[in-house]
Design a protein around this ligand. Sequence first.
Ligand code: COA
Ligand code: AMP
Length: 635
Amino acid sequence: MASRYHQVYAGWKRDSDAFWAEAAGDIDWFTPFDKVFDADAGVYGRWFPGATCNTCYNAVDRHVASGRADQLALIHDSAIAGTVRTFTYAELKREVVALASVMKNQGIGKGDRVIIYMPMIAEATFAMLACARLGAIHSVVFGGFAARELATRIEDAQPKAVISASCGLEPNRTIAYKPLLDEAIELARHKPERCIVVQREQLACDMTEGRDIDYADAVAREKAAGANVDCVPVASTDPLYVLYTSGTTGQPKGVIRDNGGHMVRLKWSMYNEFGIEPGEVFWAASDVGWVVGHSYIVYAPLLHGCTTVMFEGKPVGTPDAGTFWRVIEQHGVVALFTAPTAFRAIKGQDPKGEFVPKYDLSKFRTLFLAGERADPETIKWAEQRLGVPVIDHWWQTETGAPITHNPVGLGLLPLKYGSPGVPMPGYDIRILNDAGHEVPNGTLGNVVLKLPLPPACLPTLWNADKRFHQAYLDEFPGYYKTADAGILDDDGYLFVMARTDDIINVAGHRLSTGAMEEVLAEHPDVAECAVIGIADAMKGQTPLGLVVLNAGVTRDLAAIEKEAIALVRDRIGPVAAFKTVVTIKRLPKTRSGKVLRGTMQKIADKEEWKMPATIDDPAILDEITEALKARGIGV
Ligand code: COA
Ligand code: AMP
C-alpha cells in the first residue's frame, strides 16, 4: 500500500492550523483554545492558547471513564530484582490520586516545581503523573548523575519537594540514592521543604526528621482515607515539566514542555508514526530521566490508551542477551523503542542472535531506534535476526518527539540505511552553510528547522529566554539551530552526521564535553585540558580527557590521571563513562587560541586529518599522536 506520508505532509504545509486543529480533536480539553497558534505570543509563538486541560486527565482518567479501567496501563519489569508489577488504568489512577493527595497535603500545587530523582520503578511514573494532576511542574533527574549535577538542577528549578527512592539497582551494584540526594540538598542554596522517599527492600535509607516522608506509608494513609484529588485545569501553555539537558557549559539547559501542544503532538505520533493502536503493548527501553522516557515510556503510550512497559535492567547481563526477547514475549510487546547502543551490546554478546529463536516474538512488529546515529551494520543485524522493520528516527530533548521518522501508521517509505527518515508534519528542515545560506541537496551543512517550531517543542528555557535565543535562534535568524550537521537528499531524507557543538553521545546519553572540561580544570595539577568524544564500538562515543599539567608538577602521572577520572565521576556521575585521561605536553591551538579538538578527535579515531592552516605549532600534533599511541589510542 502506498504511503500517505507525502499527502499528509503536504496537507500540513498547506494549512498548519487546520492540521493541528484536527490532531487536537484527539485530546479532551476542559475549555477550548482561542487559536491553534498565536504567532505573537512567547518567543516564537505559542500553541493552543486560551485552552485549559490536564495531561494526567488525558493519560489516565479519561481511559478509566471510557472502558479501559481494567486494561493494563503499566507493566514494571525489573530484570535485576526479578519482579513484575502490573497496574490497570484504574489501579494507576488510584496510585496517582493517592500520591497527589500526599503532595497536596504538603501544600504542593499548580506551578510548584517537584524534582523526581528516582530509579526505574513504577513510582517514578506515578510521581510524574501526580505532578501533572496537580498542575505542578516535574523535573526528573537521571539517577546516573552525581550529587553536584542534582544540586545544580535543584538550584535552578527551586523545587518545593523532591520525590526519590532509597536505591537504584545496577547489574553489578546497588546504588544508594538517598545519600546523593542529601548531599545535593546540602550543596544547593535552595532547600526543598519535603522529600518523599520510596524505601526499596534492597537497601533502606535513613530519613531526615521533619523533612522526609515515607512514600509507602503516606500513600497507604491516603488510600485508606479514600482521598480524592481532581485533575487541576491548567493552561495549554503552562509547563508540564522541565527536563535539564546538556548544553555547551556545565550549566544544563532547562527544556520546558507545555501541556497542550505536547499532548497533541505525542498522541498524533503513536498511530501515525509508530503504527500503534490503543490497547496494544508498547515498550521504550530507556530511562524516565531522558526525554525518550518522558515521551515514550510515560506520556505518549498512556495518552493513546496503550499498555506501557517500564524496564529496570540492561540489554545484556540481566541476566543475558536474551532479556529483551523475554520481555517482548512475556508481555506481548508489539513495538520496542531503544537506542542503537543497546543492539550493539546485544550483538556483541550474541553475534549470531542465538537467543532470539528461544522466544515467541509473534506479536512483535517493529523496532524503533533513536538517541544516536544508528549504524547500518546494527540495523541490518537487527532486521535479519528479528525479521521486522527497523526504523531509525531523529529528535532531541528540545523537540519532545521525532523531527524525522519513517511513519509506520501513514505507511512505510522505502528504508535508506544511515538515514533517520523524512521530516514529520510541523518540521520544515533546511540545511544551511555557516554563512546562513541554503546549500544544494547532498551537501553537508547545519541542520536547522524553520520557525515556528511545532507543538511539543520547547517554547523557551526555564528562566532563561536570553539563553534560549543565544543557543538556538540567534545564529540563523528565522530558524532553530539543531546543532547537528547533516545532509538532505533529493527524496527529502535526512542524514545526520555529527554535532556541531561540544556535545557527545555516549550510549545514547547526551553529554557536554565542556562540562567535563570544567571539572578537570578544577584538579590542582591541571593547567589546561580538553575533552573529546572518540569512537567506541558499543557506546558510539566515549569521552577522552587530555590534560596539560602545571609547570613543575613532579607527581606520578598515573596517579594524577586516576584522580582526574575520579573527579569527573564524582562531579558529573558514572553516566559520563569518563574512564581515560592522557597527559600531554601542550594543547594544539589556532593562532587565536582556539583548541583544535576536531583534529585531536580525528587523530584518536585514526581518521584522515589535515594540518589546520591556522595552527600555532604543528609539532604539537605529533606529540599528541605519540602520547595517544603510547596508550593504544589511534593505533
Ligand atoms: N543510576 C546510577 N548509575 C547509573 C544509572 C542509574 N540510573 N544508569 C547507569 N548508571 C551507571 C552504570 O552503572 C555505569 O557505571 P559504571 O561505570 O560503574 O559501570 C555508568 O553509569 C554508565 O552506564 P551505562 O551508560 O548504562 O553503561 P553500561 O556500560 O552500564 O551499559 C549499555 C551499556 C549499552 C548496555 C546501556 O547504556 C544501555 O542499555 N543503553 C541503551 C538504552 C538507553 O538507555 N538509552 C538512553 C536514551 S534512549
Ligand atoms: P537528546 O537530546 O539526548 O535526545 O540528544 C539529541 C541528539 O542526539 C541529537 O541532536 C543528535 O545529535 C543525536 N541523535 C538523536 N537521534 C539520532 C539519530 N536517529 N541519528 C543520529 N543522531 C541522533
